[in-house]
Design a protein around this ligand. Structure first.
Ligand SMILES: [Zn+2]
Length: 96
C-alpha cells in the first residue's frame, strides 16, 4: 500500500498559508501598479481626446488651439480660414 499525499496534513497547510501570503503581496503590488497605470491611462485618454478635437476643414491645419464653427454648416475652421470666409461672405457671425 502506497502512502497518499494528504492535503490536510500540517506541512501542507503551512505551505498553503505561506503561498497565500506571497499571493496577497503579489496581488497588492499588482493592484498598486494597476492603479498607477489606470491613472496614467486617464491622463493619456484626456490628452488624446484634446489632440483629436479639431482640425480645420478648409485648409487641414491640425490640432487647433482656437477654432471657429460655422453656424451655417457646422464646419470647423481655423482663425485664418474663418476670417477669409467672413471676408468673402461665405460664413457670417450671428450678430446676436
Ligand atoms: Zn484653415
Amino acid at each position: 500500500m502506497t502512502r497518499q499525499h494528504d492535503p490536510h496534513d500540517r506541512g501542507s497547510i503551512d505551505e498553503f498559508k505561506d503561498g497565500l501570503e506571497r499571493f496577497h503581496v503579489a496581488i497588492t503590488s499588482a493592484a498598486d501598479i494597476f492603479q498607477r497605470f489606470s491613472r496614467a491611462l486617464d491622463v493619456a485618454l484626456q490628452d488624446h481626446s484634446h489632440i483629436d478635437t479639431k482640425d480645420c476643414r478648409a485648409c487641414g491645419k491640425p490640432d487647433l488651439d482656437h477654432w471657429f464653427t460655422s453656424k451655417r454648416d457646422g464646419t470647423t475652421l481655423c482663425e485664418a480660414c474663418f476670417t477669409v470666409r467672413c471676408g468673402t461672405g461665405l460664413a457670417k457671425e450671428d450678430p446676436q
